[in-house]
Structures are given as C-alpha cells and as structure tokens.
Design a protein around this ligand. Structure first.
Ligand SMILES: Nc1ncnc2c1ncn2[C@@H]1O[C@H](COP(=O)(O)OP(=O)(O)OP(=O)(O)O)[C@@H](O)[C@H]1O
Ligand SMILES: [Mg+2]
Length: 313
C-alpha cells in the first residue's frame, strides 16, 4: 500500500474520528475549553454545533478519554431512540438499577445524581448527532436538566450536532429547553491554507512520517480551496491523492494530481470561493485531567496570551 511508499507507519487520513490524530485548531481548542469550563462549573446544558465533518465526534472522543476519574459519562450517539429506549439506555449507562416505570427511574436517577454530587463527583450525559433527536426525547432532556442542587446542576448535558440542531432548538414547543442552554459553541472548519498545512502535517507526523514535504505548497493551497477547510473532506482528498500518487510513482504530490482526484470526487473549488471571509478570532481556555489540561494548554498557548473569553449565553 501507499503507506510504505511514503515512509508512513499507518494510513494518515482515515475517515474515522480517531482522537490519536487530533490537531488543535483554534476553533477546536476553544470548543474543548468551553466544554471543560461548562462541565467543571456545573453549567448544565451545553450545545455544540458544527458543519458536517468538522470534528464534533473527534472532539467528544478526545475529551472522554481525558476526563478524570471523578466524571461518569453516558455517551449516546444513536439519536433515533424512542423515549423508552432513551431512558433504558441512560439507566444502563449510568448504572441506575431497580426501576420499572419512568417515575421510578427518575427517583432512582435523582438519588444517584444527588449522591454523586454530594461526594464531589460529576455526571455527564453526552448526546452526539443530537440534530436527529425527536421533540419527545428533547422534552425528556429538558426534564433531566432540572436535577440540580442549590448551586449547580447535578447532571451536565452536552448536545452536539450539525447546524440543524440550532433550528430544532428554535421550535416553539422546545422554547423551554432552549432557555436552559447555558453555553453554546460552534466548531468551525480550518480557516485558511496555513491551518490546512498544519493539519495535514500533524496527521502525517502522527502516522510516523519521516518527511513532511509529501504535499507541495501548491497542492495544499488547492486542497484548501477544494475542501473549504473541512477536515473530513481534507482526509478524503488526501487519502485518494496519496493512492493515486503511489500508483503514478510520484514521491511528491503536486497540484495536478489533486485536480484529477478532486474532479472525480466532485470536489473542485466552488466558483464563488473568492467571496469567503477567511479567519475568525478564537480563544482557548482550560481542560480536564492533568494530562489533557497540559495538552490543551500547550495547544492554546498563543491565543491565550491575547484573548481569553468564555462565552456564556
Ligand atoms: N481537530 C481535528 N484533528 C484531527 N482530525 C480531525 C479533526 N477534526 C476532524 N478530524 C477528522 O475529520 C474527520 C471527520 O471528523 P468527525 O467525524 O469528528 O466529524 P463530525 O463533525 O462528527 O461529522 P458529522 O457531522 O458527520 O458527525 C475524521 O476523520 C476526523 O479524524
Ligand atoms: Mg459526528
């Protein structure tokens, strides 16, 4: 396969949300910091949105691996659950036993949360792909957000999803849920060619690359234009381009191979590309277990010195 040809130990651009390959863009760093802040300070309901393929699941996995042991996480990634299935799933993930009816479950869950909270332990419910949740399940989530002590929420709830999630939260019937959202953050695509370059280099290095000049500067420039900085699209194009380069015996990937692959994947740059607005300002903060916090601090070093803001809504 092409890995060996390019001096790599494994494939660098798989489409799985593997946190080993995480690259801290300013936007990803900020979202992780906000999640940390929200969970640490018992904010309650946190909503994270981002376009398809921008890295929502990758961030969640990275964070879950680094939460310290005082945090119990229930992670749900199948939003098409009925209310009954949702509660069954939740009870099993949070190890709540001895219940048959929903009122019994809520009592047991309340006791479990109260007991954990009084011992200084945190409990987090994370729901990925939340744009697909039914209004009925979202209404149950609102009820769950009512578990609270005098000073903090006892159950932290994180909803992540595509931008449609914002529209879902705007349904008139869900306005009570919307009012409970304590923190909102948005994951953005990579903002420019430089970040795309760093992203590609970071993934190559994570795959054991000995050389980081496999892609020419023109190639990376064109990859950014074709993908609009969306990580999954970058992975898709880079993986196929390396395969094509290997087949053609090209040790360095130039722009022409990108053009060929982009055309066959219908990913040629949009004509209105010149209208895109470019960089946004982002700011990072803190995170989790000692190792995770150190990693995140290191990633956010530059931005932190200029601008630290946590946007409560
Ligand atoms: N910060 C990042 N560092 C490294 N790889 C990333 C990053 N963000 C995204 N990726 C990669 O991009 C791809 C898509 O990421 P992911 O599945 O997390 O996106 P998503 O936002 O959850 O997409 P969807 O909306 O379809 O659920 C994955 O291969 C992932 O490894
Ligand atoms: Mg996802």
């Amino acid at each position: 396969m092409y890995a060996e040809f390019y001096g790599l130990k494994e494939l660098p651009f798989a489409l799985t949300p593997d946190p080993r390959f995480i690259y801290f863009t300013p936007s990803h760093t900020e979202v992780m910091a906000n999640l940390h802040y929200g969970i640490e300070s018992g904010k309650g309901l946190i909503v994270v949105t981002g376009e398809v393929g921008t890295g929502k699941t990758t961030i969640l996995r990275w964070i879950m691996q680094r939460l310290d042991r005082t945090v119990l996480v229930a992670y749900i990634f199948n939003p098409r659950l009925s209310v009954t299935e949702f509660y069954q799933h939740l009870a099993s993930l949070l190890d709540v036993q001895k219940w048959e009816t929903k009122p019994e479950l809520l009592v047991s869950l309340g006791q479990a949360l109260d007991s954990r909270h009084s011992r200084g332990l945190r409990t987090v419910l994370i729901i990925d792909e939340a744009q697909g949740l039914s209004p009925a399940v979202l209404e149950e989530i609102r009820l769950l957000s009512n578990f609270e002590s005098d000073t903090a929420k006892q159950l932290q709830i994180v909803l992540t999803g595509q931008p449609e999630l914002r529209s879902v939260l705007n349904y008139p019937d869900l306005r009570q849920l919307k009012q409970r959202v304590a923190l909102r953050c948005v994951i953005k695509a990579l903002p420019n060619v430089e970040e795309t370059d760093r992203y590609i280099t970071s993934r190559l290095l994570a795959s054991g690359a000995e050389r980081t000049d496999i892609f020419s500067r023109e190639a990376i420039d064109y990859i950014y234009r074709c993908t609009e900085g969306i990580p999954r699209n970058i992975n898709n194009i880079c993986d196929n381009v390396l395969l094509a380069g290997y087949a053609a015996g090209e040790l360095t990937i130039g722009r022409s191979i990108i053009e060929e692959v982009a055309e066959s994947f219908d990913m040629l740059p949009r004509l209105d590309w010149g209208l895109q607005t470019g960089e946004e300002n982002e700011s990072p903060a803190r995170i989790f277990s000692a190792a995770g916090r150190a990693e995140l601090w290191a990633a956010g070093e530059v931005e932190r010195s200029t601008n630290l803001s946590l946007s409560d809504v």
